[in-house]
Ligand binder design. Sequence first.
Ligand SMILES: C[S@@+](CC[C@H](N)C(=O)[O-])C[C@H]1O[C@@H](n2cnc3c(N)ncnc32)[C@H](O)[C@@H]1O
Length: 218
Amino acid sequence: MSERSKVVIRGFEAKYYDELLNVLSLWQYPRFIKHIINRETNVNKGDKVAELGVGNGRNAILFANIVQDTGKVVGFDISEDMIEKARKKTKNFSNIEIVHHSILEPYPEKYRNFFDIAFISFVFHGLEDYEKDSMLENLKMILKPAGRFYILDYNQVDIEKTPFYYRYFIKKLECPLALEFLSYPLDENLKKHGFVLTKRYLHFKNLLSYSEFVLEKP
Ligand SMILES: C[S@@+](CC[C@H](N)C(=O)[O-])C[C@H]1O[C@@H](n2cnc3c(N)ncnc32)[C@H](O)[C@@H]1O
């Protein structure tokens, strides 16, 4: 991973990831992510869901409750600390599997054309552009034709027109790639890889976006 990125979470941050996120969001995050997955994602009973950068498994559990026993959630991550947390947190869910795998690399053969849905939250901005391209090309192999790909991340905005606290957060606390991501041509680049934008929801004064893309492949 690039040294300009902060998305691989280890150690203290991994141990207290949920708690840190809750505090940083003034306890709005749990309600927010439930809303995103339950209301803004077209996911149904029986679907197979890939979570790219699964973190500690909070989102995977929300998906697992929707897809139920006829569906499956596979969470991919490269941080041993996050994987350990995710496996512990999801141990009572027979429909969740946590896999040690970099989303920049080709996936095991058994996942080829396997997933109805892929979901990535707060990981995409932390990839260099060439890594985003690899991630998308590898994803295409495991999503079914017309599979849906959801990205939850920072929205593309003019940083100078955002509130001071957001400017401070992005410029001083986030990684350099996060700042660059604010001007990343998301829809155009996704289109180049065969993903067509079908829906977009904006949150927190348009600072975050949740986008649905559909994979066009023969
Ligand atoms: C900021 S956390 C987000 C976790 C989770 N998606 C969420 O929204 O709570 C980013 C996660 O992506 C994982 N990650 C970063 N780069 C990755 C890669 N190349 N392959 C797989 N996982 C990766 C990190 O280890 C970390 O768990």
